[in-house]
Design a protein around this ligand. Structure first.
Ligand code: F6P
Length: 566
């Protein structure tokens, strides 16, 4: 396939389009009765079991999807990524977040240079600095230990670290090493978020980490100036040197802001914001909270998944057993393309059956929607098909009592069920038949089948359901899901899960033929906000009228100014 051909013009795409009719004739209820098929639609890697037997696929569909991967040059595109080619063509950048978790002896080139030594220089510096803070050898301006950390950042400089922090907060080893310490995040420019973040914190014992790839993001810089004032008001201007540090690719702006670049942790333009949690963006605040050794395990988990995709063939049959082995994140990416572009399901629900993954869906929402929410192919041709997915989710069972009604009887939304074999916090109620974790997992196992099988009017009639209620109580079923079963949720597993989703999203983009690594769509809103900001300022300081906007925006801003100055 030439680089200017759209994937939708290829033969495998057309074959999959034709294949949809066959699939629509089947029901998951029947597909699941074929045990050989189910056995073949399970794959395991490094302790993680993926069951995709509840996808609306047959073995033939899978074969066709791998043909699509071939014609899309998926393997070559992944190799280009790992080889540091500038696959983010609109920004002329490499995409090398895999280098952030590579082992010390790995060689990963970008622009003719092995970047791994630079990565490890920063990791060593993080380890050293975080140990100084944690041991009390780096203290605040009044000599007190810095027990509390506020990480200021937004988007990719916030969501990933928050997800990992929320998960580690439940892990016994991480809990032990974080004893007596607090990590808080400040993202929103809303003064409410500032107030919430600093409530109960003492500037004398607080270290503020400003996390921004560009060091120009309006919200982050305003929050950084706000907390600088908070420190200065309590401790004087010289305290900034002891209480504020930074993570950025722009060390010149860090210095201009007043933070010593020696107390800044670098990363590189080949790390996309939403793929930056394994850079100093996540590693530094998390090391301050949990210690570097815990965070290193997280990096190792991600690295294990990276190597799986790079070094192994995407698919192979194991002779004797009717087993099919494939790289699970590749498969997940292909299944997503199948659901979105062929079956026409635009959304995906991310449903972890563990409260530890409370912030996983919000993180994946950014990684997925900022990466693949595109309307043109990599060479700028408008796409004749929909790309990207609408991601949302909540931990189970909470979600069951919220939006699952729509998933069961309303729209078809492919679901990702994520379960954990061993809970980090086994709490047993004496006298109860099942443990709390078994109760949770009972739901994890039940929901995918409820979606797949549904309930027929005949079943309801046999149960003597009154005729006028039969249609209300009918479940059509045939609603697809995948189930991922993790052995536990320690730092290593959290790293694995992150990398699986990062790669899955990249695979989707590679198949669709889009650039998953730029984000021009967020720029227009930012520049319009700049115009509004200027006019708010001119109006408040010089009484100038609001101008240059349409009637409704002018009226709304004028009303806001009048009402807020009363
Ligand atoms: O929202 C757009 C975006 O550029 C994200 O991609 C990025 O993660 C976020 O803003 C924050 O940017 P920065 O780290 O430069 O402050």
């Amino acid at each position: 396939m030439s680089s200017s051909t759209l994937i939708s013009d290829t033969q495998p795409w057309k074959e999959l389009k034709d294949h949809v009719e066959d699939i629509k004739k089947s029901h998951l209820r029947d597909l699941l009765s074929n045990e050989e098929r189910s056995q073949s639609l399970m794959v395991e890697f490094d302790g993680i079991l993926l069951d995709y037997s509840r996808q609306q696929v047959t073995l033939e569909t899978r074969e066709k999807l791998f043909k699509l991967a071939e014609v899309a040059s998926l393997k070559q595109k992944i190799n280009q990524m790992y080889n540091g080619e500038h696959i983010n063509s609109t920004e002329n950048r490499a995409v090398l977040h895999v280098a952030l978790r590579a082992s010390r002896d790995a060689v990963i080139q970008s622009d003719g240079k092995n970047v791994v030594p630079d990565v490890w220089n920063v990791l060593d510096k993080i380890k050293e600095f975080s140990e100084r803070v944690r041991s009390g050898s780096w203290v605040g301006a009044t000599g007190k230990e810095l027990k509390d950390v506020v990480a200021i950042g937004i988007g990719g400089s916030f969501l990933g670290p928050l997800f990992v922090h929320t998960a580690l907060q439940t892990d016994p080893e991480a809990i032990e090493s974080a004893r007596g310490r607090q990590l808080r995040f400040l993202a929103n420019v809303d003064p409410i978020d500032v107030a919430k973040t600093i409530t109960g914190l003492n500037p004398e014992t607080t270290l503020v980490v400003v996390v921004s790839k560009t060091f120009t993001t309006a919200e982050t810089m305003l929050n950084a100036r706000t907390l600088r004032e908070w420190i200065i008001a309590a401790l004087g201007p010289s305290a900034v040197a002891k209480h504020m540090v930074a993570v950025s690719t722009n060390l010149a702006l860090v210095e201009k802001f007043g933070i010593d670049p020696n107390n800044a942790f670098a990363f590189w333009d080949w790390v996309g914001g939403r793929y930056s949690v394994c850079s100093a963006v996540g590693v530094f605040p998390l090391s301050l909270q949990y210690g570097f050794s815990v965070v290193e395990k997280f990096l190792k988990g991600a690295s294990s998944i990276d190597q799986h995709m790079y070094s192994e063939p995407f698919e192979r049959n194991i002779p004797v057993r009717p087993t099919f082995v494939c790289v699970l994140q590749v498969l997940l990416g292909l299944l997503s393309v199948w659901n979105v572009s062929f079956l026409g399901y635009p959304a995906r629900a991310i449903l972890p059956y563990t409260q530890a993954l409370e912030k996983f869906a919000p993180h994946i929402q950014q990684v997925s929607m900022e990466s693949n929410g595109k309307g043109v192919s990599i060479d700028g041709t408008p796409l004749p098909f929909e790309a990207g997915e609408i991601d949302f989710g909540e931990p189970g069972t909470n979600g069951q009592h919220s939006f699952y009604q729509l998933i069961h009887q309303g729209r078809v939304i492919p679901c990702d069920f994520i379960g954990v074999v061993k809970s980090q916090q086994p709490v047993y109620l004496k006298g109860e038949v099942v443990s709390n974790h078994d109760e949770l997992m009972s739901n994890f196992f039940a929901q995918p089948d409820a979606l797949a099988y549904g309930k027929t009017p005949e079943q309801l009639q046999k149960e003597n359901v009154p005729p006028h209620l039969v249609s209300h109580k009918t479940f059509s079923g045939n609603r697809p899901s995948v189930s991922l079963l993790l052995p536990s949720l320690n730092a290593y597993n959290v790293g694995q899960l992150l990398a699986i989703y990062e790669h899955r999203i990249a695979v989707e983009g590679f198949i669709w033929g889009i650039n998953s690594f730029d984000q021009w769509g967020v720029e227009l809103g930012k520049s319009l906000a700049t115009q509004v900001r200027k006019q708010l300022n001119a109006s408040r300081t010089k009484g100038e009228p609001i101008q240059g906007f349409n009637f409704s925006t002018t009226a709304m801003i004028t009303r806001y100014l009048q009402a807020s100055s009363d």
